[in-house]
Design a protein. Structure first.
Length: 56
């Protein structure tokens, strides 16, 4: 499948904008996942230290 082409300057600029936006989305998702992973680890550690309190 062929990709539609635009004049070189516009095409490169548009691709750069798309790449930067995609990179920002990936970075945000990665940061969110890291925060979630840390929260789960803290919760699990808390329950390991306090088994008498039960699970959430």
């Amino acid at each position: 499948m062929a990709i539609a082409t635009a004049p070189r300057g516009r095409s490169n600029a548009a691709l750069t904008v798309i790449r930067r936006a995609f990179g920002a989305i990936v970075a945000a998702l990665t940061a969110t996942f890291e925060i979630y992973r840390e929260a789960v680890a803290e919760r699990d550690a808390y329950h390991a230290r306090n088994p008498h309190l039960g699970k959430d």
